[in-house]
Structure formats: C-alpha cells, structure tokens
Design a protein around this ligand. Structure first.
Ligand code: ZN
Length: 242
C-alpha cells in the first residue's frame, strides 16, 4: 500500500495520505524537498506534475491561504490551503499532526489543513470552514470532511512540564484529555470532530481513517523518529479537484 484514500468524497476529488514510501525531507531552512521518486509516483499514479503542487511553510498557525489563478509557489507561512480551481493539487506535510480534508459539494471548493495541537487549539480547521463560508458562500451542512493518519489518544501524551499543559486550564479541552498517572493523553481528533459538529457539519459527513501514526508502522511519526533518533521525514497529504 502506497497511500490511503478517503471514500467519503466523490470520484472527481482526489484526497489521499501517502505512506512511508513517500516521505518529504524537512530542512531547517524551510526548503522542503519532494523527492524525485515521489514526484514520479504522483505523475504515474495520478498524472500530477510537480508544477501543479502547491505547498507552503507550515508554522502551526491558524492561517489558511486561498489559491487563485495568480497563485504561484508559496514561500509563506500558512497551515491551510484552499481552492476552487481544478487540477490544483494542495499539499501539506505532517507527521503526528492532523491532516484535515474539506470539500464543499455545492460550491466545489476544497481545503487541506495541517492541525497539530497548537493549530487545533487555535481552531484552524474551524477557521478554514468559516473562510469557505465567507469567501465561497459555503454552508457547513454541505461540507464533507476526512481526517487522516495522526497521533491518537492511545499514544499521544504530555506531562505537566510540557507546553501542552496549558490545555488543562481550558474547559473546552477537559473531555478530550485523559489522565493516567503523571501523563495526560490527548484526543486531538475528538476535539476536531466536536468542533465541526458544533459548527453544523453533519455526523455522517466526517470520515475518520482512525490510524495512529505512532502505533502504525507504515506512517511517519515525529515522536517515533525522535525516540529512535532517525532522520526527520514527514508524511504528505494531497487534495485536488480533478
Ligand atoms: Zn497509537
């Protein structure tokens, strides 16, 4: 298996998360390189040329960029990308953070979001949905959402001394943090789903792949790489209107 494809979207929407065979090397300079092998794979498998790929610096922010006809490669800071243009492939990199795919069936708009704990705390997914409403006249009830491989509550924990501990003070998060001894296990996906349901997304309009990047060996995990002192490589998710 080289990629995970989501079933919730109609056949004209390409939405997938690539497995470990196709990682993206990450450099401190923010120059993220898509390997020749992955470029070739995208071309052969999905007829996506490198020049059709749009990606940007990701900084765990709550900013989403709308790609219009003038958009070129973005050497800018965003954690979400949105477009109504066909054959414009949105790409995000992620390891344990949550890839969120959104598609408005009525207005034919797609968005792809990188939502780690910081982005989730800032509700980047919800802000992206709101941006679809403002800029494209979308309505929450028409939006289909898929959630890709990410760190799940089974494995994703923090302690009192970590930055994440600030979440313990926010009642919105109580339901999604479980304490076991000195550790707190975080359910990012649970928080994200609740956030979308509250905004009016329908229960049967969210597909969650359920895969945990820390448990599953076929996906990149930052926590796993750090622990095993491996080179830092990210996973990739892609979305495109064909
Ligand atoms: Zn796990």
């Amino acid at each position: 298996m080289q990629y995970l494809r989501f079933k919730i979207f109609p056949s004209n929407i390409l939405a997938l998360s690539l497995t470990k065979n196709h990682g993206l090397r990450v450099f401190a300079s923010h120059r993220n390189i898509i390997s020749e092998k992955t470029q070739q794979f995208l071309k052969t498998e999905f007829e996506i040329e490198h020049k059709q790929l749009f990606y940007c610096r990701q900084t765990h922010s709550d900013k989403t960029k709308i790609l219009t006809s003038q958009s070129k490669y973005l050497n800018q800071n965003y954690d979400g990308l949105m477009t109504a243009k066909v054959k414009t492939a949105l790409l995000i990199k992620h390891a344990d953070c949550v890839p969120i795919f959104l598609y408005d069936q009525k207005q034919k708009v797609i968005a792809l979001v990188h939502s780690g704990w910081k982005g989730t705390k800032l509700k980047i997914g919800l802000k992206t949905l709101k941006s679809m409403e403002t800029n494209f006249g979308s309505q929450a009830k028409d939006i289909l959402i898929a959630i890709g491989p990410c760190a799940r509550q089974c494995c994703y924990f923090f302690n009192q001394n970590q930055e994440h501990a600030q979440l313990l003070k926010n009642p919105e998060w109580f339901e999604f943090i479980q304490q076991k001894d000195k550790f707190y296990f975080l359910d990012l996906v649970g928080f994200i789903k609740q956030m979308f349901f509250t905004a009016g997304v329908l229960k049967n309009h969210i597909e969650d792949c359920g895969i945990c990047t820390i448990c599953a060996s076929s996906y990149h995990s930052y926590r796993k790489q750090k622990k095993e002192k491996q080179e830092r490589i990210n996973g990739i998710s892609l979305m495109m209107i064909k």
